[in-house]
Unconditional design. Structure first.
Ligand code: HEM
Length: 142
C-alpha cells in the first residue's frame, strides 16, 4: 500500500465479486420476498438493468472504478421521480441489510464493522429518498 493506491472499502469487501454478490442477494430478496412487494412494484418488470446499475453505483461509491458516477447522474435527484414512502424506504434498507448479512455469512473474513457501516450509510440514503408527498399520502389522517 502507498499514497497512490490507498486500500478502499471496495478492496476491503472483496471488489467486483463482493459487489455482484451483494446486489444479487438484494434483488433476489426484492423479487421473492412478499414483504418487499411495494418496493418491487416500483421497479420495471425486468430487474436486469437496475441490477447492473446498482452494481456499478456501489462499485464507485465504495471507492472502486467510477464509471457510474462519470455519467453525471445524481442518485438522490434521480429517485425524486418515485413515490418513495417511509415504509418503502424501510423495505429497501431492510433488504440491503439482509443482503449484506447474507454476504458476510458466506464470507466470514469480511470486516463486521465495515459491513455494518455500509448497511447503515445506505439506510441513511434510502431515508433521504423519501418523497414527502408520498409520505403524506401514507400517513393516517390527523
Ligand atoms: C428508498 C428506497 C428506494 C426505492 C423505492 C428505489 C427505487 C428505484 C427505482 C424504481 C429505480 C428505477 C429502476 C427500475 O425501474 O427498475 C431505481 C434505480 C436505481 N436505484 Fe434505487 N431505490 C431506492 C433506494 C436506493 C438507494 C438507497 C440506492 C443507493 C444506495 C439506490 C440505487 C439505485 C441505482 C444505482 C439505480 C439505477 C439508476 C441508473 O443507473 O439509472 N436506490 N431505484
Amino acid at each position: 500500500m502507498n499514497a497512490a493506491s490507498p486500500v478502499t472499502p471496495y478492496d476491503m469487501i472483496g471488489g467486483d465479486e463482493a459487489v455482484v454478490a451483494i446486489v444479487g442477494y438484494f434483488y433476489d430478496l426484492v423479487e421473492k420476498e412478499p414483504d418487499y412487494a411495494a418496493l418491487r412494484a416500483l421497479h420495471a418488470a425486468d430487474l436486469g438493468p437496475v441490477r447492473h446499475s446498482l452494481e456499478r453505483f456501489l462499485t464507485g461509491w465504495l471507492g472502486g472504478p467510477r464509471d457510474w458516477f462519470e455519467r453525471g447522474t445524481c442518485i438522490m435527484s434521480m429517485h425524486r421521480a418515485f413515490p418513495i414512502t417511509p415504509a418503502i424506504a424501510t423495505q429497501w434498507s431492510d433488504a440491503m441489510g439482509r443482503a449484506i448479512t447474507a454476504y458476510r455469512t458466506a464470507t466470514p473474513a469480511l470486516d463486521a464493522d465495515l459491513a455494518e457501516r455500509m448497511a447503515e450509510k445506505m439506510g441513511h440514503m434510502a431515508q433521504g429518498m423519501i418523497n414527502l408527498a408520498a409520505a403524506k399520502a401514507e400517513a393516517p389522517a390527523a
